[in-house]
Design a protein around this ligand. Structure first.
Ligand code: ADP
Ligand code: MG
Length: 326
């Protein structure tokens, strides 16, 4: 049984005049110890997907359909209290701006300790010992001195290491990392991604890695889902996605990886901009930007279908001709 099984998840935001279908029928699974990437442009619903898993979507947003099975339980049926216990203990989340999640007037040691104390009764000496162990685990030298320091005394990369330490304080089986390296410079990015892979190897925690950066995906993930406007358009093992991308959107994303010789703008290869999630085109949601668009694409929403082992794509280019009304 997979660690996490998301089925038909829909999370919508109810505005005064319109409904934003931020997540519009998303299904995927995640195994123990696996690093799954969710990739897509800004506004594709990656963050709302992860917040839905944590049940942290606020008004006017609401999960309106689907199920989220995690460690054998459907998270959408748990009480608030059961969910609070699960967060931190079994699943935790780190964000893009490591500094903003920390309290500037408390020492980092106190804050990591708090992640432990909030869920378990532990003697102060034991909290201190575990805090130092966690700091060492995420590669912060001189833990004994540094746990008495304040967040502003740490660099962005070190702060993200601290956030990861807090996230892993209670040995959860799932770590959700939403753009964890986006705010960091490139050399530090690589170090944090290496750390995530090392921690996966040592703890067997699964990682859901959310990013808009195909380079981050290539470096880190075992498997990838590509999201566009609230839906998964392609899913594949990472090598397959890079060797044989099927969806024109994925092909566009891959055509736009910045290389050293030539700094290519993100998504230069894909014309137009992502529509608002309250104006999803009928038929295929990518139809108004797709370079390979056909008549059927304007009327029929393509289902996510297998095209190879572990490789699924939602695109009429790969559906049987007799299904097409062209
Ligand atoms: P991503 O993380 O892929 O950049 P998000 O998941 O943040 O995208 O957003 C998906 C869609 O949901 C966007 O259209 C965004 O405007 C909308 N959305 C996100 N949060 C809210 C909110 N609190 N209220 C209304 N719409 C929201
Ligand atoms: Mg986001």
């Amino acid at each position: 049984m997979p660690l996490l099984e998301v089925e038909g998840l829909k999370t919508h935001f109810f505005g005064k005049r319109s409904v934003t279908k931020a997540v519009d029928g998303v299904s995927f699974t995640l195994d123990h110890g696996e690093i799954l990437g969710i990739v897509g442009e800004s506004g594709s619903g990656k963050s709302v997907t992860s917040l839905s898993l944590m049940r942290l979507v606020d008004h006017p947003g609401r999960v309106v359909a689907g199920s989220i099975r995690f460690e054998g339980r459907d998270l959408l049926t748990l009480s608030r209290e059961e969910m609070r216990k699960l967060r931190g203990r079994r699943m935790s989340m780190i964000f893009q701006e490591p500094g903003t999640s920390m309290n500037p007037v408390l020492t980092v040691g106190f804050q990591i300790g708090e992640a432990i104390r909030s869920h378990e009764r532990v003697e102060p000496a034991e909290v201190r010992r575990r805090t130092m162990e966690l700091m060492e685990m995420v590669g912060i030298p001189d833990a004994k001195q540094r746990l008495n320091q304040y967040p502003h005394q740490f660099s962005g990369g070190m702060l993200q290491r601290l956030m990861i330490a807090m996230g892993l304080a209670l040995s959860p089986s799932l770590l959700i990392a939403d753009e964890p390296v986006t705010a960091l410079d490139v050399t530090i990015q690589a170090q944090i991604l290496d750390l995530l892979k090392d921690l996966r190897d040592t703890t067997n925690a699964a990682v859901l890695l959310i990013t808009h950066d195909m380079g981050v995906v290539a470096e880190t993930c075992d498997r990838v889902v590509v999201m566009y406007l609230g839906a998964i358009v392609e899913e594949a093992p990472v090598e397959t996605l890079f060797d044989d991308p099927k969806h024109p959107y994925t092909q566009g994303l891959l055509g736009s990886i910045p290389s050293i010789e030539e700094k290519v703008e993100w998504l230069q290869a894909i014309p137009g901009t992502i529509p608002n999630a309250n104006e999803i085109p009928t038929g295929c949601r990518f139809s108004n930007r797709c370079p390979k668009v056909m008549d059927v694409c304007h009327t029929v929403d393509p289902a996510l279908e297998f095209v190879g082992e572990g490789h699924r794509v939602a695109c009429h280019l790969y559906t049987e001709t007799e299904d097409r009304d062209v």
